[in-house]
Design a protein around this ligand. Structure first.
Ligand code: TYD
Length: 157
């Protein structure tokens, strides 16, 4: 992942963590609320055991929630879609995550066997905050466009 990467989609951005290289005794990475992560962190979750190489996760957007997504081991591909612009990003650097702001359709695929995803979220879990239907997402993100022209990018495993 290129730390100078420009995110073309709305409601996103790179999140650069501070880190100390203590090799060969490990590396230490730090994420602080309202510093490297631009919101108060109310929830943390992680995803491991991504043994199915064809797994596809995500496929939703949030109405309000802000999240920072990191790959703390291995790699995966993050597909972002703001209803207008689509972008795919290889996430493979633990010190550099991506802000998933509101109204950003996101899908994750192409997980390495050792991939571990860490997510920092701005609010407790709330299923009502999810938009799980792509057509609904498009109609909210692009209220004036014709529904038939809206197709999600197919995340290839
Ligand atoms: P989901 O957010 O759809 O996972 P992903 O985007 O990684 O594919 O969540 C999967 C399931 O886990 C869903 O049934 C909701 C549940 N869940 C919680 O109960 N609490 C949480 O904090 C999260 C993130 C998910």
């Amino acid at each position: 992942m290129n730390k100078k990467l420009k995110l073309a989609v709305k409601n996103s951005g790179l999140l650069a963590l501070n880190f100390f290289k203590d090799l060969p005794d490990g590396n230490l990475f730090i994420a602080e609320a309202r510093k490297q992560v631009p919101f108060d962190i109310e929830r943390v979750y992680f995803i491991n055991n991504l043994a199915n190489q064809k797994a596809i996760r995500g496929k939703h957007a949030h109405r309000q929630l802000q999240q920072g997504i990191f790959c703390i081991n291995g790699s995966f591909v993050l597909h972002l879609d703001d209803g207008d612009v689509k972008q795919r990003i290889l996430i493979n650097d633990p010190s550099c995550g991506v802000l998933l702001g509101p109204m950003l359709w996101h899908t994750m695929s192409s997980f390495s066997y050792d991939c571990v995803i860490l997510v920092l979220a701005s609010a407790p879990f709330d299923e009502a905050d999810y938009i799980r239907e792509y057509e609904e997402f498009c109609s909210l993100a692009r209220p004036n466009s014709h529904p038939r022209s809206q197709q999600p990018e197919r995340a290839r495993p």
